[in-house]
Design a protein. Sequence first.
Length: 342
Amino acid sequence: MEIKLTHFSHGSGCGCKVAPAVLEEILKDSGETFFSKNLLVGNETKDDAAVYDMGNGTALISTVDFFTPIVNNPFDYGRIAAANALSDVYAMGGKPFMAIAILGLPVEKIPTEVARQIIAGARAICNQAQVVLAGGHTIDAPEPFFGLSVNGNVEIRNLRKNSTAREGDLLYLTKAIGTGILSTALKRDLIKEDDIREAVEQMSTLNKFGEEAGKPDFVHAMTDVTGFGLLGHLIEMCEGAGLSAEIEYAKVPLMTSVKELAGKFIYADNTMRNWKSYEPKVRGISGESLLTLCDPQTNGGLLIAVAEQDKNAFRALATNNGLTPQCIGRMMGRKAIIVEIS
Ligand code: CO
Ligand code: CO
């Protein structure tokens, strides 16, 4: 019997995140947190990971990320979930060094060989990233889920938050948009082999560039684009800095079949939920850009705010790391509208 992992999952990848509004509701009255002056980044700015000052010029970065199956191949699912979890450390300018696995599986319905493949995929990515996969915890659960808790470190001066962009900064994106649309098409068996390959390739590609991008002063802010889509993570970047942004839609890179699939109204469930929470903050959206800019990404690209005068140095750094990030817009002074799309 062929096991189709995605048929066990209600959401896909980072698309199974709870809505921002629900998350706020959950956290609102959950009590006072023990205060430590060593906590450099906590929950307030919706950043990618927590950061704790170790007192010697370096900080510990700690994060956890897991989700239900986004592809049917268990090895690929493990690779994608692992690369996605490591991404939040990279997005803060850090270097991940140790990970612990979190696995849930309906043990009656899914053979242990599948679990073994998931772990093998995660291990392959951790090896590639030179991260020790040092343990884990597995439970019997009705819906499969997998991910990692990750520790990383960073020299504090290289720490990059999502909230520190400056007016006039250029915005760069390191990966194309569309993994939510593609994985929805996959779940409904409406996808070509080539598109699956492209999606798996992109979702399992490490955002290791973040570790390098945190070093130069001209990188002012950074985050990775995941469940809230490009628009959601950009709004967080704007609100954190008290700024607005403008995006030129034609410059936003899209994965190969995304326009075609969006034209057939294939989109992830959470796209509309995302849009509902952003609508009053955005101007200039169209049918297609709504479906793509609100598309929940799994291990999406890094969104990086760069001082305009240093754009050539930034390009050179990216080229040295094998990337050609697309400049999609810029940060502006605060306006009534947070993101203007043209
Ligand atoms: Co993130
Ligand atoms: Co995350």
